[in-house]
Design a protein around this ligand. Structure first.
Ligand code: ZN
Length: 169
């Protein structure tokens, strides 16, 4: 996967548990949905693969929200190694990973790469009622909402309402 494509899939994975009409939904919630999601992103879609991806997603969401340390992700990297080999005259590092873990591991490594090269850019949406995440690609790193249309405008309206209420009190 190319870097930005992998980042987009990572964000998609983190955003598979949005709040819809007041309750948390899960795009990987049923075996059929999980299989379809994984197959749509290059995986085989076995039960083991979906279960592993869901567990990795839940842990990663907690890490990005600051509720857990990154060390909790280590369990998903068991049996993973990178092996050097020359290809076309260049040294390439091939990822060796159990096939059912490949998609999840690639996305965890993508997250680690984003954190290392652009710390703080992948973050939870600033709306406390929203469970989505955003990857801020703006220059000043000032984006706060998963979507301006949804959360941005809602939070602005709420702040305005609170200001008006505060002024009246
Ligand atoms: Zn949001």
């Amino acid at each position: 996967m190319a870097d930005t494509a992998a980042e987009d899939v990572l964000l998609e994975l983190l955003n598979t548990t949005p709040v819809v009409r007041g309750s948390v939904s899960d795009a990987l919630g049923t075996p059929a949905e999980g299989r379809a999601w994984v197959r749509g992103r290059g995986g085989a879609g076995s039960d083991e693969e979906v279960a592993f991806l869901v567990a990795a997603r839940d842990a990663l969401q907690n890490v990005v929200r600051g509720r857990r340390e990154a060390e909790c992700l280590s369990e998903f990297l068991e049996g993973v190694s990178k092996v050097p080999a020359f290809e076309g005259g260049r040294l390439e590092w091939a990822l060796r990973v159990p096939e059912a873990h490949r998609l999840a591991v690639e996305l965890l490594l993508t997250w680690a790469h984003v954190e290392e090269t652009r710390p703080g850019r992948l973050k939870p949406c600033g709306n406390p009622d929203c469970r989505r995440f955003l990857l801020d690609r703006s220059k000043p790193n000032s984006a706060r909402w998963c979507s301006m249309a949804e959360c941005g405008n809602r939070m602005k309206a709420r702040r305005h309402y609170e200001r008006v209420k505060g002024a009246q009190a």
